[in-house]
Design a protein around this ligand. Structure first.
Ligand SMILES: *[C@@H]1O[C@H](CO)[C@@H](O)[C@H](O)[C@H]1NC(C)=O
Ligand SMILES: *[C@@H]1O[C@H](CO)[C@@H](O)[C@H](O)[C@H]1NC(C)=O
Length: 286
C-alpha cells in the first residue's frame, strides 16, 4: 500500500516535471494570489488548474495580481457538483475604496439536478441594485464553461460560452455613472450563503457533503493593465477588438434568446422595488 502510493507520487512528480518543460503559457502561479482560506485554495497541475473549496469552517478565495482598466477577461469554471445548495461561487471584477466599481457573476448552488442561478450585478461608484439573474442552458457542474467580461469605455458585456447574456451600456449622457476611472482586479471566492442563496434560503447546506470544490482554468486577461500607459494597452488599444466591441445583429439575436428563455429576474422589470421610478438606465433605449 505505502509503496504503491510512493510509486504513484513518483509517477505524478515526473509527469509534472515533464509538463513544466513544455508549458510556457502564463499560469495561475503567475497571474493570481490566493487571498484566503487557509490552504483550501490550491494551484495545481503546474499552474494550469486552481481549485477553491469550502467546508464548515470556512471558504476560500483568490484574486488577480494585475489590476485592469478595461479589458476582455475570460475564465473557465467548473462549479460545485452534486448537492451544492447553500454555496455561492463568486467571480467578479472589483476596485478598492468606498465608492467602488464592480462587475459580478455569482453562481448560486442548488440541490442535485436543480438549476444553478447565475446572478449578475453592476456597481458604479458604490451603487449596485442592478441585478439580473439567469438559469443556464447546460449543467455548469459537468464540465468547464467559459465566463467572460468585456469592459470597454462604451459598455460592459457578460458572456457565457461566447453567448452574450447581459449588456450594461455607458449612460453617462443621462447621468448614470459608468465604470471608467477605477482599476479593478478579478476576485473569486467560494463561500456559504445558505441564509439566502438557494430558493431564497429555504434549502440549507448539507455539511456532510463537504468539502465543496469549484475549479478554474484558462484564465485569459487580454486587458489594459493598470497603470495605464505602462503596459499592454497604452499604444496598442486600437488593435484590440474588444475595446470598441458592441453586439452586432447576430449577437443581439443571441442576447434576446438568452433573455427570453433563461432570464428569471431583471431589476428593470421590478417596478415594485423602485416606487420612485425605475433607475434611469432602464427607461432609456440604447
Ligand atoms: C433551485 O431549484 C429550484 C427548484 O427548481 C428553483 O426554484 C431555484 O430557482 C433553483 N436555484 C436556486 C439557486 O435556488
Ligand atoms: C446530507 O447528505 C447525506 C449524504 O448524502 C445524506 O445521507 C443526508 O440525508 C443529507 N441530509 C439532508 C438533510 O438532506
Amino acid at each position: 500500500m505505502a509503496s504503491s502510493t510512493l510509486l504513484l507520487s513518483l509517477l505524478f512528480a515526473s509527469l509534472v516535471i515533464s509538463s513544466s518543460a513544455a508549458a510556457a503559457a502564463p499560469n495561475f502561479f503567475q497571474t493570481t494570489d490566493i487571498t484566503w482560506g487557509d490552504g483550501r485554495a490550491q494551484v495545481l497541475d503546474n499552474g494550469d488548474l486552481l481549485t477553491l473549496s469550502l467546508d464548515k469552517a470556512t471558504g476560500s478565495g483568490f484574486q488577480s495580481i494585475n489590476e485592469y482598466l478595461f479589458g476582455k477577461i475570460d475564465m473557465q469554471i467548473k462549479l460545485v457538483s452534486g448537492n451544492s445548495a447553500g454555496t455561492v461561487t463568486a467571480y467578479y471584477l472589483r476596485s478598492e475604496g468606498s465608492a467602488w466599481d464592480e462587475i459580478d457573476f455569482e453562481f448560486l448552488g442548488n440541490l442535485s439536478g436543480d438549476p444553478y442561478i447565475v446572478h449578475t450585478n453592476v456597481f458604479s461608484q458604490g451603487k449596485g441594485n442592478r441585478e439580473q439573474q439567469f438559469y443556464l442552458w447546460f449543467d455548469p457542474t459537468a464540465d468547464f464553461h467559459t465566463y467572460s467580461i468585456i469592459w470597454n469605455p462604451q459598455r460592459i458585456i457578460f458572456y457565457v460560452d461566447g453567448m452574450p447574456i447581459r449588456v450594461f451600456e455607458n449612460k453617462e449622457s443621462i447621468g448614470v455613472p459608468f465604470l471608467k476611472n477605477q482599476p479593478m482586479r478579478i476576485q473569486s471566492s467560494l463561500w456559504n450563503a445558505d441564509n439566502w442563496a438557494t430558493r431564497g434560503g429555504l434549502v440549507k447546506t448539507n455539511w456532510s457533503l463537504a468539502p465543496f470544490t469549484a475549479s478554474y482554468r484558462n484564465f485569459n486577461e487580454d486587458a489594459c493593465i493598470w497603470p495605464w500607459g505602462q503596459a499592454s494597452c497604452g499604444s496598442t488599444v486600437s488593435d484590440k477588438s474588444w475595446y470598441t466591441q458592441d453586439l452586432d445583429f447576430e449577437n443581439q439575436g443571441k442576447l434576446k434568446w438568452v433573455q427570453n428563455n433563461f432570464m428569471i429576474y431583471n431589476y428593470c422589470n421590478d417596478a415594485k422595488r423602485f416606487p420612485q421610478g425605475l433607475p434611469p438606465e432602464c427607461n432609456d433605449a440604447a
